[in-house]
Design a protein around this ligand. Structure first.
Ligand SMILES: *Cc1c(COP(=O)(O)O)cnc(C)c1O
Length: 425
């Protein structure tokens, strides 16, 4: 199945319960009555599931405690939910993964991934994480603070192998990176992980936060990574009305992730699971249409006198980025960032002068959002680390939506006109 078909159909013929019921009624009737079959997956809100035989429910419970994908009896909603499982199965198809495990938010998904890698099945704790800046502010804070009992080494792409130690449990990268849109070469990082992993005697898994790319533009597992992370709150939901996170991985890692989810309780609610599964159906269309708009705006911004620089994958003409856009990422996506003249005040003036574009954190929605990362999403990162990783105070991040690019440009150029005045004054 091609991506567009899988997005619309994957794991949607799933209402197995309803189908069984339909068949049963049909049989009792001698097959005389034709029952309608639900066309969309049901939303299962049960927190608990009744049982008749203690031994069989105990068997289901054992299977789920061991991290099984499902069991005849879901037992309790913290162990399994069929609606959420439908979203997970569909996302796994789109990522070309054996499995996917959904969480209450992107940060819950990242937390579970770090926990899974830091304490793998062999019982050895490996609390050291190697990561490349910039990453999402919350991820940066999670690693820098060490609140999960981990330690982090921040490195450049070329320095990953050198940073790997016997207690390294995970390499974590984000590409395109939030908010600079810098691209990290996934295959290069994986190659270093394999080489240095062999030297320290264990496989060091690589996690890629692929939120900005979505499964439509990038499949990290096909490039050798072990985990593809998404803040489902962004493009997967796509309408700014649902929070969630999801990790695509091998069944080996999915088992650990499900166990961690069941114990820590960072569950995706079934309503959110339903909305995210529905969001996947329009994902390829949204991603491509928003991307077209972003390409137009990136070009227009670059020639505006109030704009110092535009960051958008492939935009700089850098041959390395051009190569990555042909090998690992099927398009630049629809988030871009740009620096304006006039420093933090200039950036604030632009944001506050907009009418159509909403000043707000988050991204990936059908409508266009703008924010200054230094002030908001990356506020938790120390100013020095922010500047070093390319997140200055005059940087604005724009998540381009589905509006007409002409209307967006009218709004943006109007707001930028104020900054021109500011720099001339
Ligand atoms: C938003 C975001 C996250 C965190 O996701 P939440 O759903 O807000 O917890 C992680 N990574 C990236 C790249 C993000 O943009």
């Amino acid at each position: 199945m091609k991506m567009e078909t899988a997005a619309v159909h994957a794991a949607r013929g799933v209402d197995r319960g309803a189908r069984r019921q339909t068949e049963a009624v049909g049989e009792a009737d001698g097959g005389a009555r034709e029952m309608g079959m639900p066309h969309v997956p049901g939303i299962d809100l049960s927190t608990t599931y009744g049982f008749r035989t203690s031994s069989s429910v105990a068997e289901s419970m054992d299977a789920l405690l061991e991290g099984a994908h499902d069991a005849p009896n879901p037992v309790y909603a913290r162990l399994h939910n069929p609606t959420v499982a439908g979203f997970e199965d569909a996302l796994a198809v789109l990522e070309g993964a054996e499995a996917a495990v959904a969480f209450a938010s992107g940060m819950a998904a990242t937390t579970a991934t770090i926990m899974a890698a830091a304490s793998p099945e062999d019982g050895v704790r490996r609390p050291h994480v190697v990561a490349i800046r910039p990453v999402y502010g919350g991820t940066d804070h999670l690693l820098t603070s060490g609140m999960l009992g981990t330690a982090v080494s921040w490195v450049e792409e070329a320095g990953v192998a050198d940073a790997i130690r016997p207690d390294t449990g995970l390499i974590l990268i984000e590409t395109p990176a939030n908010p600079t849109l810098a691209l990290v070469d996934i295959q290069e990082v994986v190659a270093q992980a394999r080489r240095a992993g062999a030297a320290v005697g264990h496989r060091v898994p690589v996690a890629v936060d692929s939120t900005f790319a979505t499964p439509v533009l990038q499949n990290p597992l096909a490039l050798g990574a072990d985990f593809a992370l998404h803040s489902a709150t962004k493009f997967l939901g796509g309408h700014g009305d649902v929070m969630g996170g999801v990790v695509a991985a091998s069944e080996y890692w999915a088992v650990r992730l499900r166990q961690i989810r069941m114990i820590t309780g960072a569950l995706l609610h079934p309503m959110a699971g339903y909305l995210l599964h529905r969001g996947l159906q329009t994902l390829p269309v949204r991603v491509r249409a928003q991307q077209e708009n972003a390409v137009v705006l990136a070009q227009r911004l670059s020639s505006h006198p109030a704009v110092r620089a535009v960051y958008f994958p492939g935009h700089s003409g850098d041959p390395r980025e051009a190569r990555l856009l042909s090998t690992q990422q099927a398009g630049p996506g629809s988030v871009l960032s740009f620096r304006v003249h006039g420093g933090a005040a200039g950036a604030a003036k632009v944001v506050e002068s907009l009418g159509l574009i909403t000043p707000a954190v988050s991204l990936g929605s059908v409508d266009t959002l703008i924010q200054a990362p230094a002030l908001l999403t990356h506020r938790v990162v120390e100013a020095e680390d922010r500047n070093e990783s390319g997140v200055p105070d005059d940087l604005l991040r724009l998540s381009v939506g589905l509006e007409s690019p002409d209307d967006l440009w009218d709004d943006l150029s109007g707001a930028l006109a104020g900054v021109e005045g500011l720099s001339a004054a």
